[in-house]
Design a protein around this ligand. Structure first.
Ligand code: CO
Length: 235
């Protein structure tokens, strides 16, 4: 059954190529990405001929980045670092949920195997996920994910609703979300075990402005067990 399926896919692909029109433009655009890639790899090799062979042997990042999936907030570029320097997890509105096996696995691998020294939760102003969480409009499946942000809104509703305009309300929730996610990372067994084992690990909360490309430290960094709430502390 399988070879037949592949054959059918190939025939479809070539018939699309032959017919031209919109699909051909699409194929052409993807071709552009491969051309970009070749130029990029050549540029890197010119600056550092050993770059890829060194990276292929091992990665040794000092940072784990937990950010929003938003295409305007690419982790490595905005802090001007190269591939290999940041281990990354991204999802809508940079949320860390204690039952999200995907995110927890990334944190565990980063802390226990890669031994990163810093976990950075980076939110951004103008986040569509945060904006949607402040509304009552349904957006489908994603409403379930945004519930986590609505919970943060509920906890700070008086402060947020007291602000005079929508942008200020959204900006504050963007910041409060980062602060909450810093706490969520610190409350994981992974981070607490690392601290109990004497590992040097700091969890940071940052926010990025799409308007001017500038990062801001929300100064909520946590680096030891004593800094987290007693309720969540594990021995
Ligand atoms: Co976002």
């Amino acid at each position: 059954m399988r070879p037949f399926f592949y054959l059918l896919t190939l025939i479809r692909f070539f018939s699309i190529m032959k017919k031209g029109g919109k699909s051909e433009v699409f194929v052409h655009q993807l071709q552009q990405l491969f051309e970009n890639n070749l130029r990029w790899a050549q540029r890197i090799k010119q600056n550092d001929p050993e770059f890829f062979s060194r990276l292929s042997r091992q990665q040794n990042p000092e940072y784990l980045w937990i950010g929003c999936s938003d295409s305007r907030v690419p982790s490595t570029q905005i802090v001007d670092l190269l591939p290999g320097e940041i281990f990354v997890h991204r999802n809508i509105a940079n949320v860390v949920v204690h039952t999200d096996l995907n995110c927890l696995s990334v944190i565990q691998y980063a802390v226990e195997r890669l031994k990163v020294k810093h976990i950075i939760i980076c939110g951004h102003y103008g986040c569509g996920g945060i904006r949607a969480a402040l509304e009552n409009r349904s957006h489908g499946l994603i409403d379930n994910w945004l519930r986590h942000i609505k919970d943060i809104y509920r906890c700070h509703q008086d402060k947020i609703d007291a602000l005079p305009d929508e942008t200020a309300r959204q900006n504050l929730l963007c910041e409060l979300n980062v602060i909450e996610q810093v706490a969520n990372v610190c409350h994981t067994t992974i981070v607490q075990n690392a601290w109990n084992a004497g590992m040097d690990l700091t969890v940071h909360g940052w926010i990025y402005s799409i308007d001017d490309g500038i990062l801001k430290d929300l100064k909520v960094a946590v680096r030891q067990l004593d800094d987290i709430s007693v309720t969540h502390r594990l021995k």
